[in-house]
Design a protein around this ligand. Structure first.
Ligand SMILES: [Zn+2]
Length: 144
């Protein structure tokens, strides 16, 4: 039986992904940027998704973007009871203004106001002493 009092599962932080999580703890959206072609990469990888270069530098990306796609979970959230209190959960693919496409949870928005093309900005939730996680909210007031 799963203990419902437990918190949310923590991400498995590795040497490869640590700057993303510790950056978010400090309120910064840190992504790998290719030194050869300037592409921002998400999620963290040993090589550039565009040109294959291994010369990647952790770089602070602008925390703004546009909803590319989305889904709303109204009954089951990530198969873990710790998320049940947040239902409905809005999960999005975000096209960041700096180019990477990343997934994230949208908050501060009614599900009926969620749409493709919605302008959003990242905010950062601390999830441990070491790590934070970027979430997103509408860049301007919700139009509902
Ligand atoms: Zn590249």
């Amino acid at each position: 039986m799963e203990d419902l009092s437990l918190g949310k599962p923590q991400p498995a932080i590795t040497d490869l992904t640590r700057p993303f999580w510790t950056g978010a703890k400090q309120g910064r959206l840190m992504l790998q940027k290719c030194r050869r072609c300037a592409t921002f990469n998400f999620h963290p990888k040993p090589w550039c998704i565009e040109c294959g270069s291994r010369e990647l530098a952790w770089t602070e990306a602008r925390p703004t973007g546009t909803v590319y796609s989305h889904t709303v979970s109204r009954s089951v959230a990530m198969n873990h009871p710790a998320w049940q209190a947040e239902l409905p959960v809005m999960l999005c693919l975000i096209d960041l203004d700096d180019g990477a496409r990343m997934y994230g949870q949208l908050t501060g928005c009614a599900p009926q106001a969620l749409r493709i093309g919605l302008r959003v900005e990242a905010w950062f939730e601390a999830i441990s002493d070491e790590a934070g996680i970027p979430k997103f909210r509408p860049l301007r007031g919700v139009e509902d």
